[in-house]
Each structure stands twice: as C-alpha cells, then as structure tokens.
Design a binder for this molecule. Structure first.
Ligand code: FES
Ligand code: FES
Length: 164
C-alpha cells in the first residue's frame, strides 16, 4: 500500500515516520513512537482508553489516522506531569482517592480529566459524570475516579495564583 510521511510533535519531541494511511494515531504512538502508555481497549471509539490530547483537545486516538495529525501536537499520558516532573494534580488525586485498580483505563482518564479540568476547573458532580461518560472503567465503580476529579479540582484551586 502507498505510504505517506507523517511528522508529529508528541510530548514536545518531534517524531517522523512513513506510514500506511490506515495506521491509527494510537498504533503510531505505541509502535512508531514507543509510547505504550496509550492503551487500546475497544479500537472503535467506545471505551476512551486511547484518549490523548491533540492540539489540546481530548480525542480517541483509535479513531484518528496518524496521517491526519501531520504537523500537529499530541500529548499522551507520558507527557502529563507536574512542573518538576512529579505527578500532576490529576495523577496524584487518582492515586490518593484510589481511582484505579488494574490501571488499564487510567491513561485515558488522566488525559480526559486533565482536559476536563482545564476547560472547567470547578465542575459539578453531574458535569464530572458527563465529562467522563466516554471513558469506561471495569474495576473501580467510578466512585474513586469521581472523587479524584473533585480532589484534583480542589488541589488546583489551592495552587492557583489567586489563592497564594
Ligand atoms: S480503544 Fe479507542 S475508544 Fe476504545
Ligand atoms: S482500573 Fe481497571 S479498568 Fe479501570
């Protein structure tokens, strides 16, 4: 099959490759970039495990072709961290609130929650549930995850310049 060049900035690093047009962004990240933190659950847009940030927007990387993101910026779970390389507020809150068990869904939740709180720093419980309705978790019953979003929201509020 005819292959096409693709150049993507992932977590601030440039990756270039030549891929078949049918290669998804998820497979590109995992196989061409070696970034296996992005997980594949359903591979048809239902579970949210493959969620990454594409130019800042949460997208399902199993539904996007790598060639479509040529020239764009991707952030995967490997690129989400605190300013000093520590856990980000979302990651720390998931740990603190027991928002994960097997962890398979967790990269998708980390990216989705990061985008959710950036767009809505103080979501209500129903906004949290709506915001995470595209991410499936088979282990936690969601209560710990929702508590983690609340906790991350509080942490971010405490750390915002207006509060200092
Ligand atoms: S693997 Fe992409 S939504 Fe499930
Ligand atoms: S922690 Fe296992 S699927 Fe969510």
């Amino acid at each position: 099959m005819h292959e096409l060049p693709v150049a993507v900035s992932v977590n601030g690093r440039d990756y270039r490759s030549v891929v078949e047009p049918r290669v998804t962004l998820a497979d590109f990240l995992r196989e061409n970039c070696g970034l296996t933190g992005t997980h594949l659950g359903c591979e048809h847009g239902a579970c949210g495990a493959c969620t990454v940030l594409l130019d800042g927007q949460a997208v399902r990387s199993c539904l996007v072709f790598a060639v479509q993101v040529d020239g764009q910026e991707v952030t995967t779970v490997e690129g989400i961290e605190g300013p000093g390389g520590e856990l980000s507020p979302v990651q720390a809150a998931l740990k603190e609130c027991h928002g994960l068990q097997c962890g398979f869904c967790t990269p998708g939740f980390v990216t989705s929650i990061t985008a959710l709180l950036r767009d809505n720093p103080a979501p209500t419980d129903s906004e949290i549930r709506e915001g995470l309705s595209g991410n499936f978790c088979r282990c936690t019953g969601y209560q710990g995850i929702i508590a983690a979003v609340r906790r991350a929201s509080e942490t971010a509020e405490l750390n915002s310049p207006a509060q200092q």
